[in-house]
Ligand binder design. Structure first.
Ligand SMILES: NC(=O)c1ccc[n+]([C@@H]2O[C@H](COP(=O)([O-])OP(=O)(O)OC[C@H]3O[C@@H](n4cnc5c(N)ncnc54)[C@H](O)[C@@H]3O)[C@@H](O)[C@H]2O)c1
Length: 252
């Protein structure tokens, strides 16, 4: 029980990495509230775990709406009696080659990938400080550390690079209050979203970049998130960890 009694919020728990993390955290003894923009979806994944006896609930929230995000943080902290861990996993997406990128798409992607991290983290900050050992886990991406031409990732890369830079500053500003902040940068992960949005050709291209030629799974990412949430990582802050089949390391 590496997270026994930890009060945890995880965003984007309808499926993919957020759902996998929710289960891994619950199995380690955390009390978890998840959320997702897809109506009823976070409630559904939480109920599966609650039926197995875990302390997990889920809410429908659009974190792109700053007020809704703030209300969710406040209500959740009240329900849990405080907050120890905020795992900012949720993100929308949008891709276009830079030549064709409109200002609207650029702003949209920064909103749904970077602004939403601010929308949750800012109101959560005081609760994490009160905990005395708060941990923020942000999901960035290999695209935040590596330029990749064929997928039209300029806005996505800028947003995820922003998440990595923000994480370091949160670590610096949070240290005195005992708040740690770290980022996880996944490579290509098989999720409901990538199953729907990535065709065969793009999938083959993506996998061809990875040293380990299989897509990642939510269960490849969740163990690192558990570690970063736990007191085992109490001397670890301001870092960006790649869990990416080696894509950030080299090619073959
Ligand atoms: N799948 C990949 O290949 C990959 C690679 C690198 C980074 N990531 C990042 O990993 C994280 C998790 O994504 P995933 O891979 O599990 O894919 P996913 O799209 O299945 O999960 C993201 C979840 O966030 C939810 N969400 C999106 N916008 C939201 C909002 N405004 N409010 C509330 N919920 C919202 C979605 O509905 C979805 O359930 C994301 O931050 C994503 O950018 C994914």
């Amino acid at each position: 029980m590496r997270l026994a009694g930890k009060r945890v919020l995880i965003t984007g728990t309808a499926g993919g990495q957020g759902e996998a993390a929710q289960e891994a955290f619950a199995r380690e003894g955390a009390r978890v509230i998840g959320c997702d923009i897809q109506p009823g979806a976070a409630e559904r994944t939480a109920k599966v775990l609650r039926d197995k006896g875990f302390d997990v609930t889920g809410d429908t929230v659009d974190l792109g709406d700053a007020d809704a995000a703030g209300n969710w943080i406040e209500e959740s902290a009240e329900r849990l009696g405080g907050l120890d861990v905020l795992y900012n996993n949720a993100a929308g997406f949008g891709f276009a080659p830079f030549e064709d990128m409109t200002l609207d798409l650029w702003r949209h992607v920064l909103h749904v990938e970077l602004d939403i991290v601010f929308h949750t983290t800012q109101p959560a900050w005081k609760h994490l400080a009160r905990s005395g050992h708060g941990s923020i886990i942000n999901t960035a991406s290999m695209s935040g550390i590596r330029g990749i031409a064929p997928l039209g990732q300029a806005a996505h890369a800028a947003a995820k690079g922003g998440v990595i830079a923000l994480t370091k500053t949160l670590a610096a500003e949070g240290a005195e209050a005992g708040i740690r902040a770290n980022a996880i940068s996944p490579g290509f992960v098989k999720t409901p979203a990538t199953d729907a949005a990535v065709g065969d050709e793009l999938r083959a291209f993506q996998l061809g970049m990875h040293l380990i030629r299989r897509p990642g799974l939510g269960s490849d990412i969740a163990p690192l998130a558990v570690y970063l949430a736990s007191d085992e990582s109490s001397w670890v802050t301001g870092q960006n960890f790649s869990v990416d089949g080696g894509v950030s390391a080299g090619f073959r």
